[in-house]
Design a protein around this ligand. Structure first.
Ligand code: 3PG
Ligand code: MG
Length: 377
């Protein structure tokens, strides 16, 4: 069960007070430019509310993984500039991960961080699965609450676990079964059907005795996949056809040659499965159309390459079209939705990848437990 967390209304009066806002502004940046500012825009309702109360807001975030050292490649400057446009008057501290105390959850770092503040708000859903200093430390000494973004993520993702309308159909993609095993198990415990696409489908297909050619496959996970298939049978739905790239072909490089062809569930030697096929896309689409609750995480294929975007596009379109309550988690699936112009067509696009999966898996996160006052060290 996801326990509730204190929300903004639970904070003491904030007029004239200084509030430390932990945000997840870990946005994609290319050549110094922000590629997608969703995570910055998503924090605005919280910032606006705090400012309406008369608080002075100072925000902090991590950016990338600079490993405890100051590294200009991970400067928050582009974020600071965007934030200044969207929320003038909000200060942004330096990248939290420039200090080893952040990931080390060092009490001395927490003490420096909270110095001079009267309250703490966590709106960093995407980082709340990390027991890092800025996530779990401040609630030990400051009045603390979840911001609007975090609150909504907890309501939506917690609601999927607690009382989904049925049928509940989950669609999972991504390359590795090993990364998604726990969430596959958790979803099998709550969803009516779990549809598997992406690179990880080949380990499942191998477990059913299909040849997978040169496709991604985790040999040490084949037995685990076989056991899941034996136990859950037709609730675990695999592709019935595959789009494959022939010998000599290169991903993201159509000029390199290599045939593209639909194969059944057996990928020939020398061929690489890179997307679900049209039959599978139609089947997944029908199941999504009949659902009342849908959760989607992970692309169905290498959608960045136009030759292999159809499966992901079909799933994105089906998720956009269904009357079901739809939740999309994870950076890649959100990026796919945006690429197809469908990001406004779903009920909830989670700002967290790992965090959304961990919340579905465990029903709780270190950052939530901290806000409830349940972490003592
Ligand atoms: C993310 O982008 O997944 C979050 O910001 C967390 O970042 P991390 O995976 O580097 O902890
Ligand atoms: Mg991550």
């Amino acid at each position: 069960m996801t326990s509730s967390v204190p929300t903004l209304e639970d904070l003491p009066p904030l007029a004239g007070k200084r509030v430390l806002l932990r945000a997840d502004f870990n946005v994609p940046i290319r050549d110094g430019e922000i590629v997608d500012d969703l995570r910055i825009r998503a924090a605005l309702p919280t910032i606006e509310w705090l400012e309406q109360q008369g608080a002075e807001v100072v925000a902090c975030t991590h950016l990338g993984r600079p490993k405890g050292k100051v590294d200009p490649a991970y400067s928050v400057e582009p974020v600071r500039a965007r934030l200044a446009e969207l929320a003038p008057g909000v200060e942004l501290l330096d990248n939290l991960r420039f200090d080893p105390g952040e990931e080390g959850n060092d009490p001395a770092f927490v003490a420096r961080l909270v110095e001079g503040f009267d309250a703490y708000v966590n709106d960093a859903f995407g980082a709340s699965h990390r027991a890092h200093a800025s996530i779990v430390g401040p609630p030990k000494s400051l009045p603390s609450a979840a911001g609007r973004l975090l609150q909504r993520e907890v309501e939506v993702l917690g609601g999927l676990r607690a009382n989904p309308k049925r049928p509940f159909v989950a669609i999972l993609g991504g390359s590795k079964v090993s990364d998604k095993l726990k969430v596959i198990e958790a979803l099998l415990g709550v969803a009516d059907q779990v549809l598997i696409g992406g690179g990880m489908c080949f380990t499942f297909l191998a477990a059913k005795g299909n040849g997978t050619g040169a496709s991604l496959r985790e040999d040490d996970m084949v037995d685990t996949c076989r056991a899941l298939l034996d136990e859950h049978g037709d609730r675990l739905v695999l592709p019935s056809d595959i789009t494959a790239l022939g010998p000599g072909g290169k991903l993201m490089d159509p000029g390199a040659g290599g045939d593209v062809r639909q194969v059944g569930t057996t990928v020939p030697d020398g061929w690489t499965g890179v997307d679900i096929g049209p039959g599978t896309a139609a089947d997944f689409g029908d199941r999504i159309a009949e659902a009342r609750t849908v959760f989607w995480n992970g692309p169905m294929g290498v959608f960045e390459d136009p030759r292999f975007e159809s499966g992901t596009r079909a799933v994105a379109q089906a998720v956009a079209d269904t009357r079901a309550f739809t939740v999309v988690g994870g950076g890649d699936s959100a990026a796919a939705l945006a690429q197809f112009g469908l990001d406004r067509e779903v009920d909830h696009v989670s700002t967290g990848g790992g965090a959304s999966l961990e919340l579905l898996e465990q029903g709780d996160l270190p950052g939530l437990a901290a806000l409830r006052g349940e972490l003592t060290n």
